[in-house]
Ligand binder design. Structure first.
Ligand SMILES: [Zn+2]
Length: 424
């Protein structure tokens, strides 16, 4: 089976083309939805390769007498033999005549990002001696990985400016087919950086007075059509530095999205955009000092609260048993209160619960002058409910579903009374 003639090699601006179906395969049939792979004798659809995603669009089947049928092309892939397969949800017969139609907005966007990548890689190599090791064209941004150490911010700004100057110079971007021998001599002369492994003719893409690359992708006709280039950010990756960039309308969309976020932030902070960093620093400092003050007040409150409880609950039979449930105090506060109360009031055993949420939180603690085993007692009481928790002999904590909280507290109080821990 001969492989498709790739029309985009010769004309990457071809948006529709006539072709004949040369091969059909049924790929899968799941839940009533089939997927078919269609090969054409010629195609302008670009299959996923070299970091550039596939084209979408449709095949218009020209039937005898009937109305034309337009079938969406879901994706396009190439196989090891170089055949291009179009994925459709409807079958076509071998020999059927079709008109291929490329989703031009998507393709042109890909051509801008991909040609922008050639330009950017060339400028990084020329200015920083940083070769590109890989390229990825994503849904909203694109990235190149450079074999390079960290790149200073001012260097990135300079690269971005130089690349945009070349965009403004509107230099021709051309494709030509070279023999393997010519490509090899260009490589030997240092006028071509890399050569693909495979045999046969080589497609060379040239950006005038800047760059020559072996590439099978789709490109715009001149650097002006890249429409501008914006470096978004860099990050360290295992092989070097990843640079995120956007070209053309993507750059406008990215700037538009950023400016919306900026507008929302300036409105929320009631400051100008330039004052946002200082305003955020102030907020962070305020929040830190407020948290510190809040903690100080909680500790002070826990001290007062502990002394009030010690007065409210007298010692009976040598023991003060304090049981309290709080609906409006969080576990941290209850823990703090238990520790303040047991250290301030000798002879005390406390059962304190925070029921702000379900499961509720429970503490069993005692003063150091007693001998009762809080950890063991709570562990056993929770185990009877199929739950886990425990702690040290003088301080234990756990969680219990609200539905079992009353029963748990009753069993803890009973255990305390039964043990009647005497002061040491
Ligand atoms: Zn290319």
């Amino acid at each position: 089976m001969p492989v498709s003639d790739r029309l985009y090699y010769h004309d990457s601006f071809l948006q529709s083309f006539p072709a004949a179906v040369s091969d059909v395969r049924e790929l899968s049939r799941t839940e009533g939805e089939s997927l078919w792979q269609i090969a054409l004798d010629r195609t302008a659809f670009y299959p996923t390769s070299g970091g550039q995603p596939f084209d979408t669009g449709s095949l218009l089947a020209v039937s005898r007498g009937g109305a034309p049928l337009e079938i969406p092309v879901e994706s396009v892939e190439e196989d090891d033999q170089g055949q291009v397969w179009h994925f459709l949800h409807k079958p076509l017969s071998p020999g059927a005549q079709v008109e291929g139609r490329i989703d031009w907005q998507r393709r042109f966007d890909h051509m801008q990002q991909h040609t922008g990548q050639h330009l950017l890689s060339a400028v990084f190599l020329r200015e920083l001696n940083a070769p590109t090791v890989s390229f990825h064209l994503g849904e909203t941004t694109s990235t190149i990985d450079l074999a390079s150490g960290p790149i200073a911010h001012h260097s990135l700004e300079r690269i971005e400016r130089l690349a945009n100057e070349i965009v403004a110079e509107d230099r021709p971007v051309t494709a030509r087919i070279a023999s393997r021998a010519e490509a090899e001599s260009l490589l030997a002369a240092g006028q071509l950086r890399k050569l693909p492994e495979r045999e046969g003719e080589i497609r060379l893409i040239e950006v005038a007075d800047l760059d020559r690359n072996a590439c099978g992708g789709t490109h715009v006709r001149s650097t002006g059509q890249i429409g501008g280039l914006f470096l978004r950010r860099t990050e360290k990756v295992s092989r070097g530095v990843r640079v995120e960039f956007v070209c053309g309308l993507r750059a406008v969309r990215a700037a538009r999205a950023d400016s919306l976020i900026l507008a929302q932030t300036t409105a929320a902070l009631s400051v100008s955009a330039a004052d946002i960093p200082a305003a955020v620093e102030r907020l962070k400092a305020d929040s830190k000092s407020a948290a510190k003050e809040r903690q100080r007040l909680r500790e002070e409150l826990a001290d007062y609260h502990a002394s009030r409880l010690a007065v409210e609950v007298p010692i009976e039979g040598g023991l003060r048993v304090v049981e309290r449930v709080f609906k409006d105090r969080d576990p941290d506060y209850v823990r703090l209160l238990a520790s303040r109360l047991t250290s301030a009031a000798p002879g005390s055993v406390v059962v304190l619960a925070s029921e702000m949420a379900d499961p509720s939180f429970i503490v069993l603690a005692r003063s150091l002058d007693l001998t009762f085993d809080c950890g063991g007692t709570l562990r056993q009481a929770l185990a009877e409910l199929g739950l886990r928790g425990g702690g040290s002999p003088d301080f234990a904590q756990g969680e219990v579903p609200a539905s079992s909280a009353v029963a748990l507290r009753a069993s803890l109080i009973a255990a305390v009374r039964q043990a009647a821990p005497a002061p040491r």
